[in-house]
Design a binder for this molecule. Structure first.
Ligand code: NAD
Length: 258
């Protein structure tokens, strides 16, 4: 069986810099031969993202600005992609945001605005982009998002983002059920903690990393590359029978009963 992604096109949403998990995914898909399309939140990310992508040898990438809080921007982005390339074979949604104030202290103090903001950017956006991407996925394909254990268990300081991830996890299952008839699979990777821009906002993140190094079965944290290779699996035919799944790439930490 041929698991090359040559001749396939994937949209990668959420590269901010070289530490982004989305960048690990982009590199894995590139190595497998895929053509890539990048979307970024605002103009300020345009140059850094284009500079990074220029390091991918032979990659004929396309770039679009897409703020996922804006329905018109999502429509325009996927309309432009349809005009420019026609068919896409998959999408990696690597986007989340919460106010820093809501990522420390007690969850009970979460404000209404903070709750809605994190749900809007981190969970609803998957629904909106899946709806916009579906008409372009005429040959079927895969959608992958990134979640975290804090949506299943209480993780100190993760607070409002934990509840957004629980909402994202449930959305993966409902979307998988809706889109399966179009031969579109929807899955999530539950990544172990990785030092990125988004992770910086979580209070006392260093102690989360330390706990993984001390207690996870593999006794180490995971890398962007490891998450990237799992995304390749979930976006390729290797996983053609898998949908609605939350796959942990976390050195096994989630199996522990601490
Ligand atoms: P990151 O900061 O590199 O990526 C987050 C991305 O979200 C950025 O590119 C940012 O521009 C984008 N974004 C925020 N608001 C947006 C908006 N309105 N419109 C469009 N894009 C927007 O950090 P990351 O850790 O690579 O995060 C990617 C995903 O991985 C997130 O869903 C995060 O929750 C998840 N995740 C991260 C970890 C970790 O430890 N780093 C663990 C598990 C899951």
């Amino acid at each position: 069986m041929n698991f090359s992604l040559e001749g396939r096109t994937y949209v990668v949403m959420g590269v901010a810099n070289k530490r982004s998990i989305a960048w690990g995914i982009a590199r894995s898909l590139h190595e497998a031969g895929a053509r890539l399309i990048f979307t970024y939140a605002s103009e300020r990310f345009e140059k850094p993202v284009k500079d990074l992508v220029a390091t991918l040898e032979g990659q004929d990438a396309l770039f679009y600005e897409c703020d996922v809080t804006n329905d018109e921007a999502i429509q325009k982005t996927f309309g432009d992609i349809q005009n420019d390339v026609g068919v896409i074979h998959g999408l990696a949604h690597c986007i989340a945001f919460a106010d820093k104030e809501d990522l420390k202290g007690e969850f009970v103090d979460t404000s209404r605005d903070g709750f809605l903001l994190s749900q809007n950017i981190s969970a609803y956006s998957l629904i909106a982009v899946s709806r916009a991407a579906q008409p372009l996925m005429t040959e079927g394909g895969g959608i992958v998002t990134l979640t975290y254990l804090g949506g299943e268990r209480v993780v100190q300081n993760y607070n409002v983002m934990g509840v957004a991830k629980a909402s994202l996890d449930a959305s993966v299952r409902y979307l998988a059920n809706d889109l399966g008839k179009h031969n579109i699979r929807v899955n999530a990777i539950s990544a172990g903690p990785i030092r990125t821009l988004a992770a910086k906002g979580v209070g006392d993140f260093n102690s989360v990393l330390k706990q993984i190094e001390e207690k996870a079965p593999l006794r180490r944290t995971v890398s962007q590359e490891e998450v990237g290779d799992t995304a390749y699996y979930l976006l390729s035919d290797l996983s053609r029978g898998v949908t609605g799944e939350i796959l942990h790439v976390d050195s096994g930490f989630n199996i522990l009963g601490l």
